[in-house]
Design a protein around this ligand. Structure first.
Ligand code: KIV
Ligand code: ZN
Length: 407
């Protein structure tokens, strides 16, 4: 395994500082309230944001990105309210690399127990040419100026190179070196457009570790979007290569196809600790509850087949699987539903279900059916399941009552 970039954490508060190193901890930076709120159709009010932020803090995230204070008066108010009320974790505010944004962010974060400026500027040639209309040198000057301006206004500074994954690597290394010289202690590598593949992204993280001046003083962070469905794979590959902060959202909300879901990264790291060997201080038992909260407040429905928090994540329909799970859940479950705060495994009756699960269900419904009656009852259940998509308890009860009536 590669040597990992060290994470730094203070003994008393758990906030990231320069004092103490913890090389195997992965820090979680939740951006549900910023990038997550950029999901088309999502708009949260301040009290709802506070409720989500409090849940995130209880769940143990290290940093909450509360919003983008310069974006609107509503965002400013929400960031300030979270900074004033949510304690026990770092509160971050996003800012473009200009003085006005940084000043607004400092104002919004004034009440935070521990504040972080998250300042960003694009670094890829595509963004420089078509969006910023700046040269590479001008971007470097902007980074220097804004970091000098931000110095002393926050407890810590995170610098993001937007579209880093499509940026020339030598130039990116130079921008990050300048950011460290300017006082940034967290360097974020966003895959802004979800363009990366896992091995490629891991290679970039290794390259930065070798080429950025002063990198040993900083934490490398990753921020993966899911445009090609690879956000989690890319995040995990980056962790293997030494990244120690993950930017993520609840349920994978975020711009376009979304950001990586916190529940997916954390459960992958925990379930495959044999591969990753890193520490994660997140209370995973809260995942289902927080997922439901965010879904209800944002109106973004969680697909039933979503990993970890989808309604079917611990449901088994086929007879072979049901038989296995009823004998021993580890046959078809790599984590327990309890570990993510979900209800116990659901044995869903449908046309693929076997006799074992069917009989088990009859018993759970309180019936003791004579063994000789089971084959006939099971045949009737199968033909019903062929006609009906979902079988409810009422359907099974009706089948048994019908059998009793005809005895
Ligand atoms: O996707 C992105 O590049 C971002 C940055 C602001 C970090 O959200
Ligand atoms: Zn993003």
């Amino acid at each position: 395994k590669d040597d990992v970039t060290v994470g730094v954490v203070s003994r008393t508060t758990g906030h990231t500082t320069q004092n103490e190193t913890s090389k195997d901890k992965v820090y979680f930076f939740d951006t549900t309230l910023r990038d997550g709120e950029q999901s088309p159709g999502v708009s949260l009010q301040t009290p709802e944001k506070i409720e989500i932020a409090q849940s995130l803090a209880r769940m143990g995230v290290d940093v909450i990105e509360a919003g983008f204070p310069a974006a609107s008066p509503g965002d400013f108010e929400a960031v300030a309210a979270i900074a004033n009320t949510v304690k026990g974790c770092t509160v971050a505010g996003l800012a473009r690399a200009n003085k006005a944004d940084i000043e607004k962010t400092a104002e919004a974060l004034a009440g935070a127990e521990h504040s972080r400026l998250h300042v960003f500027i694009a670094t890829s040639d595509i963004h420089l040419e078509y969006k910023l209309k700046k040269t590479r040198e001008e971007v470097i000057e902007t980074v220097k100026d804004c970091l000098a301006f931000a110095a002393g206004k926050f407890d810590e500074i995170e610098f993001s190179a937007e579209d880093a994954s499509r940026t020339d690597m030598d130039y990116l290394s130079e921008v990050f070196s300048v950011a460290i010289e300017g006082g940034a202690t967290i360097l974020n590598v966003p895959d802004t457009v979800g363009y990366m593949t896992p091995m490629e992204f891991a290679g970039k993280i290794r390259y930065l570790k070798e080429h950025v001046r002063g990198i040993e003083k900083a934490i490398i962070s990753v921020h993966c979007h899911d445009d090609l469905g690879m956000a989690n794979a890319n995040t995990l590959a980056a962790i293997e290569a030494g990244a120690r902060q993950v930017e993520c959202t609840v349920n994978g909300l975020g711009e376009r196809a979304g950001n990586v879901g916190i529940e997916e990264v954390v459960m992958a790291l925990k379930t495959r600790r044999d591969i990753y060997g890193v520490d994660v201080d997140i209370d995973t038992k809260q995942f289902t509850r927080v997922s439901h909260l965010v879904s209800r407040l944002t109106g973004m429905v969680v697909p039933p087949n979503k990993a970890i928090v989808g309604a079917n994540a611990f449901a088994h329909e086929s007879g072979i699987h049901q038989h296995g799970v009823l004998s021993n859940p580890t046959t078809y479950e790599i984590m327990t539903p309890e570990s993510v705060g979900a209800e116990k495994s659901a044995i869903v009756l449908g046309k693929h279900s076997g006799k074992h699960a069917f009989v088990d269900h009859l018993v759970r419904l309180g019936f003791t059916v004579d063994d000789s009656k089971i084959p006939d009852l099971f045949t009737k259940f199968k033909s019903l399941a062929d006609r009906k998509k979902q079988i409810f308890d009422e359907d099974i009860i009706a089948l048994v009552m019908d059998m009793i009536d005809h005895e």
